[in-house]
Design a protein around this ligand. Sequence first.
Ligand code: MF3
Ligand code: CO
Length: 254
Amino acid sequence: MVICMITIKSEREIELMRKAGMLVSLMHQYIKPYIKEGITTKELDKLCEDFIIKNDAVPTCKGYQGFPATLCTSVNDEVVHGIPSDRVLKNGDIITIDVVIGYKGYQGDAAWTYAVGEIDDDKKYLMEHTEKALYEGIKMAKPGNRIGDISAAVEEYATAHHLGVVRELCGHGIGREMHEDPEVPNFGTRNTGPRLKPGMVICIEPMLTFGKRDVCQLDDDWTVVTLDESPAAHYEHTVLITEDGYEILTPRLD
Ligand code: MF3
Ligand code: CO
């Protein structure tokens, strides 16, 4: 038997999660101007770690199951969990910055994909429609709906736009822990799965590819890449279920 324990957050907890989420948004806004040709992913990681610590918050990924950094930096065919390194960003790259920040014991989590300089039309298309797939999923986040409604909305949008849906990784509940129940897959069937209730907080995070959906993990035990080396994009928000819909706790400030 699989037991699914979805926590319902109190008003006090929601207020702390709003603050954690806002720090995630502010960090993305802070790092955006640095994402340019010539910078290394390790330099981006250091800037973000310093930003988080200055704000009395915690870089939750650092040390999580041995992950060595604050950010996941995933470039081009890297889908998720890229490890910051001496890799230098080049004009035409895309890079996903994914971060989890803890504030007074509560977590906020958001990823989005950035263009480095001028990118080609394929990458523009991939980025635009991966972000739109996320919002299609978010629109289904309201009391009475079920996780499968979100999953199906993301999958249908992605498939209609001929993008690959990565199935090995999925969204998740979030709260005191960065990964809580329920799982939020990016593919599925409407009217299935746990029912949404006010006070639940979930991360919705489509990972879409311009080519086939198959992925594998590199020898570093973290980086997930597309098998056909096609580019991938990843957009994620932390979303609170409210009485009549949703509130995005990690709003884009740009
Ligand atoms: N944002 C990522 C997620 O949604 C964070 C996990 S990276 C790890 O799962 F390194 F911390 F594992
Ligand atoms: Co996440």
